[in-house]
Design a protein around this ligand. Structure first.
Ligand code: F6P
Length: 543
């Protein structure tokens, strides 16, 4: 089967797109704004500022169908082992599905384990909140410290900041990811050992950073508390490696399972979400999962032509493989969504940052874009200059809530106005003629106009999506996260790669062990470049 850029009709469309102003598409198609928008799972996507017309989009949809995307979607939800390099299913979606769906898809034993674990989570949250689960000193818990990194961190981080208005339990939940001791110090300054519940999250329970951080916190807590039951009463682990968690000193009753068919970067819906549930309460955590489940149903049932994840995926591939754009900017115009770009860096780039096909062949096409971003309007005072005046065209996803969560209505209105203005400015740009006319209007001399006009033009023609939600509710967040999960699934399936392993992280882990050994004994024969040998020497000899 041909890749879409090899199909002659699509090729022609790509060449057309490279030459045309996006704005011309609105002139060609009177109802473009309405027809290139759709609502699903409480979200509204306007993709009319993308550089693609109806025929081109339909050709991509036809290509996706010819590539068995329907069956691939069904296969994922049915538990096919699509993570073929690890021989695993990809079933994070089942964690947010109703009980009867769990029982249809999973074995009886597994569905029971999943349902029991969910209930165990609910009980922990209730018991902590109601003061039935107390610390080893008999005190109520006031703080929770979640220790984990990557997928054992990002989802919790996004949820805690996005759903801050829904923090209802009174518990202060902190996250510790980086191995940098400065992070540990920062958290310890905020914590009282007697009233802290620790949730250590690691699917493998071998991640260097998490284990070191957990040990530092454990040493601190045991030193602070004379009680011998601190680990038993104040520590919970979430892991698939019960043996390692027990070796660390945790009792099996306090170890919640993770399953190999839930990828770390897709694990917020599992017991990994416990720290978030401890902050927002069981009802809001259920609402989060409900929002994701509603998006799952849309993804499974909607025709491709009206399927939000599929359209975002195909347009993203049009931009990446057709128009050769290297990056994707994710710009949530929402302070509470400030952690979303970082979360999507892992979800997207750790899933699809690959170059070998499922068949083991070097891919002849590019895959995941470089995902970056930060909250708007901050980005306008950081990288938007490049986006407007460099030669790089960077497709952008704007995300904004119509209703703010603060009392500052005027601030929210200005935030939303900036979001809409940026998508318009990125598309419109400003030509030399427009700049010259503007400067003339302002009374500038011909000489001044000649001097500065060329520095004030903006290239425009940058495509963007604008994703709207009524307000940033638990359901909306769940739908957004599921939307991107499914977009990434579709792109991986059509790029013919395995989106669910991450072998690329292994070499760095291995070499860090060698560097550590060389720091301890420089006579070792580990093959390191002279550069790294010098750097290690500088560290060892530091004053
Ligand atoms: O980033 C690599 C990775 O393996 C992620 O996929 C994972 O979420 C993270 O490290 C943490 O792994 P663990 O949950 O096993 O500690």
């Amino acid at each position: 089967m041909q890749f879409f850029t090899e199909i002659s009709t699509v090729k022609a469309g790509i060449e057309q797109a490279k030459k045309r102003p996006i704005q011309s598409l609105f002139e060609e198609h009177e109802n473009r704004a309405e027809n290139f928008s759709l609502a699903a799972a409480g979200l509204f996507l306007d993709y009319s500022k993308q550089n693609i017309n109806e025929d081109e989009l339909n050709s991509l949809i036809a290509w996706a169908k010819e590539n068995n995307l329907v069956d691939k979607i069904k296969g994922m939800f049915a538990g096919d082992k699509i993570n073929h390099t690890e021989q695993r299913a990809v079933l994070h979606t089942i964690l947010r599905a109703p009980r009867e769906v769990k029982q249809q898809v999973l074995t009886e034993q597994l569905s029971e384990q999943v349902i029991t674990t969910e209930q165990h989570m609910v009980n922990i949250v209730d018991e902590v909140y109601q003061g039935k689960r107390l610390s080893s000193t008999g005190a109520k818990f006031t703080n929770v410290l979640a220790i984990g990194i990557g997928g054992s961190y990002y989802g919790i981080k996004v949820g805690l900041s996005a759903l801050h208005p829904y923090h209802s339990t009174g518990l202060h939940v902190h996250v510790l990811a980086n191995v940098d001791g400065a992070g540990v110090t920062e958290k310890l300054a905020k914590l009282n050992a007697a009233t802290t519940l620790v949730v250590v999250i690691s699917k493998t329970f071998t991640t260097q950073e998490t284990l070191l951080n957990a040990k530092a916190i454990k040493d601190w807590m045991l030193a602070e508390l004379s009680s011998s039951t601190a680990l038993e009463k104040q520590w919970i682990a979430v892991s698939s490696n019960v043996e390692k968690a027990q070796e660390f000193g945790l009792s099996p009753d306090n170890i919640l399972p993770m399953w190999d068919w839930v990828g770390g970067r897709f694990s917020l819906w599992s017991a990994v979400g416990l720290p978030l549930a401890l902050a927002i309460g069981n009802d809001n955590f259920t609402r989060l999962k409900q929002g994701a489940y509603t998006m799952d149903q849309h993804f499974k049932e909607a025709d491709f032509e009206r399927n939000m994840p599929i359209l975002m995926a195909l347009i993203g591939m049009w931009n990446r493989n057709g128009l050769d754009y290297q990056a994707l900017a994710v710009l949530p115009y929402d302070h509470a969504l400030r952690a979303l770009p970082g979360y999507l860096q892992q979800t997207d780039m750790e899933s699809n940052g690959k170059s070998v096909s499922n068949q083991g062949k070097k891919l002849p096409w590019l895959t995941a874009p470089i995902v970056f971003g930060q909250e708007g309007t901050n980005g306008q005072h950081a990288f938007m200059q490049l986006m407007h005046q460099s030669d790089e065209i960077i497709p952008t996803d704007f995300i904004v809530a119509l209703q703010g969560t603060s009392d500052f209505e005027e601030n929210h209105k200005v935030l939303v106005a900036n979001c809409f203005a940026q998508s318009e400015a990125l598309m419109q740009g400003k030509s030399l003629q427009q700049v010259e006319a503007e400067l003339k209007e302002q009374g500038e001399s011909d000489e001044e106009i000649r001097r500065v006009a060329c520095h004030k033009t903006m290239k425009g023609n940058t495509p963007s999506n604008t994703l709207l939600m009524q307000s940033l509710s638990p359901e909306a967040l769940g739908a957004i996260l599921a939307l991107y999960e499914h977009k990434i699934f579709v792109q991986g399936a059509l790029w013919q790669i395995n989106s669910y392993d991450q072998w690329g992280v292994e070499l760095g882990k291995h070499l860090s062990e060698q560097v550590l050994a060389l720091m301890a004994d420089s006579s070792l024969s580990h093959q390191m470049s002279p550069s790294s040998v010098n750097l290690i020497r500088a560290f060892v000899q530091k004053k």
